[in-house]
Design a binder for this molecule. Structure first.
Ligand code: TNX
Length: 533
């Protein structure tokens, strides 16, 4: 009966009775700060579940904030980092449905929001009759395992509009994820207005992969996204990916292209050179504007795959990026390669690959018929080979790790199991064919502390992020298809306490999400291993 919630709460106890929430019942707030959450809840619920509640004085639903949850048991503490750094990690809540009504007590506004999210799951999946919903009585006591729970979204290879990104934020909020990491620049596109370097968007933002339309976010649009996300306790962590992946920068400002030789005939270097005139001024200007625009304490510096770049220049470049971010009062986070900057490396690094874990070898690239010149393969392989030492270096420097293992959290991997018959064409076409496919079950059956020899303690962790790259995803419909249902699985891993996934239980909870996805018009992959009926 209560088996509807993803991610699974820490403690759920059914108490055997029923409570009916009726049309016009009210949600009462013990403190003013909660009214805005109640208003939003009531509004979203009427769109999602045909249940109209109001915000009022005495409530069938009562919300409050207290350090004392009033429960006999208290969930264990949360590990990792808070993406907002707003005090200690505080998302503990207790949700009680009794014969008198519903009560949610949380240790913070954010905690109450998480409790309301669980209540939404219960309401949407309980029998409704003429505007009333019959809830099972129960007690939930809950708190996340990790403080940083996110999705990295590649808006550079394919541009997604503000409204589309808001719909992604809705997915994050529903599954209690709290970070939207926006990959705002790459070889194929620059997606954020920077006033001091206008060609970045005028030229660099005009295209995308192949003939897909370009686009970018104006400063006002970016602020609007930040605001929409904040209302749902999602922090937008903006990434400007430097020094590698810079072809869009060079297209916008050819004078920033270093005079280094091409990597292979016809394949020019894609990385900036810190010693090239004007380059570090460019970097300072861009991060200064970004820091002004983004309220988040973290700025992502990218720093992955510095193809064709000299090691010493790379290390110096990353250290300088981190100094710049620090000088702006922000904290830098970088992809794992950034750990190579030694003392100058960021204090948070995002793990993505470790060669033995399944990055393609040169032979595999060749088998796939990827027509890469040997010089390019050499550069890729050199980066992958060095990757095995990135995390030990980061941990020795005292860094925290955001875990985004390619094998489990990359949602641009093809689906490795059948879906609905009419989806088989999309399944074959979408996702990078370089990677072996994974099933929904495989993608949720892992633990961040057992997949790497180097990361074995919760103290090493910041949290978990799913990643979706969009080389193979041409539009929002295709993005939706690859995001769900595996994003829900990453949320389960990031929130729920360690332990093996019981597939039948998980599949039942996953199937329950289909109701909302269908109602929302979200194009999800109907894996044959789940009964979606
Ligand atoms: C590597 S993962 C990249 C991206 C690609 C991705 C494809 C990472 C930090 N960099 O630029 O899109 O592989 O999965």
């Amino acid at each position: 009966m209560t088996n509807f919630i993803i991610p699974a709460p820490w403690h759920v106890e059914a108490t055997g009775g029923q409570f009916t929430l009726r049309f016009g019942d009210s949600v009462a707030c013990a403190t003013d700060g909660l009214t805005v959450l109640a208003d939003q809840f009531v509004q979203e619920l009427s769109a999602a579940a045909d249940l109209r509640l109001v915000v009022g004085e005495t409530g069938a639903v009562r919300l409050g904030i207290s350090d004392d949850l009033g429960a006999e048991t208290r969930p264990p503490g949360t590990h990792g980092l808070s993406p907002t750094e707003a005090g200690p990690l505080s998302e503990q809540y207790r949700l009680t449905v009794s014969s008198d009504g519903v009560a949610i007590v949380g240790t913070s506004r954010e905690a109450v929001f998480r409790g309301l999210t669980s209540l939404r799951h219960l309401i949407e999946h309980s029998p409704a009759d003429g505007g009333a919903v019959v809830l099972p009585t129960l007690e939930i006591v809950d708190a996340p395992r990790y403080g940083w729970r996110g999705l990295s979204l590649d808006v550079a290879r394919t541009f997604f509009s503000v409204d589309e990104v808001k719909r992604v934020i809705d997915q994050l909020a529903r599954f209690k994820l709290n970070v939207l990491h926006l990959h705002l620049s790459d070889d194929q596109g620059w997606r954020l207005q920077i006033d001091s370097w206008p060609n970045l968007t005028r030229v660099g933002g005009a295209g995308a992969v192949a003939d897909r339309p370009g686009g970018y976010y104006t400063a006002d649009e970016f602020r609007d996204l930040v605001h929409y996300a904040e209302q749902r306790f999602v922090s937008i962590v903006p990434e400007i990916d430097l020094p590698g992946h810079c072809q869009a920068v060079f297209a916008s400002y050819p004078e920033l292209r270093p005079s280094a030789p091409d990597i292979a005939p016809g394949i020019p270097i894609s990385s900036l050179d810190p010693d090239h005139p004007g380059t570090m001024d460019f970097v300072r200007d861009v991060f200064a504007e970004l820091a002004d625009l983004s309220p988040a304490p973290y700025v992502h510096i990218g720093a992955d795959e510095p193809f064709g770049m000299d090691d010493e220049k790379y290390e110096r470049f990353v250290a300088e990026q981190c100094r710049i971010i620090d000088g702006l009062g922000k904290k830098a986070i970088g992809w794992q390669e950034a750990a190579r900057a030694g003392d100058g490396a960021p204090a948070v690094v995002q793990y993505w690959m470790h060669q033995p874990e399944g990055m393609a070898t040169p032979d595999q690239y060749a088998d796939l018929g990827l027509d890469l010149p040997p010089e390019v393969l050499d550069v890729i392989v050199a980066n992958v080979t060095r990757a095995t030492t990135d995390l030990p270096a980061a941990l020795a420097q005292g860094a925290r790790v955001v875990m985004s293992p390619l094998a489990f959290t990359y949602l641009d991997r093809p689906y490795g199991e059948q879906g609905a018959p009419e989806q088989e064409g999309d399944r074959a076409r979408l996702g990078l064919s370089l990677y072996p496919g994974t099933s929904v079950e495989e993608s949720v059956s892992w633990d961040p502390l057992t997949i790497l020899p180097d990361v074995t303690s919760e103290d090493d962790m910041a949290g978990i992020e799913a990643v979706i790259w969009c080389e193979t995803l041409a539009d929002f419909n295709e993005l939706q298809f690859m995001l769900q249902p595996r994003l829900a699985g990453v949320a389960e891993r990031a929130w729920t306490r360690p332990g093996p996934i019981e597939w039948d239980d998980y599949a039942t909870r996953l199937a329950a999400q289909a109701r909302w996805w269908r109602r929302d018009g979200w194009n999800f992959f109907r894996a044959a291993s789940v009964d979606w009926s």
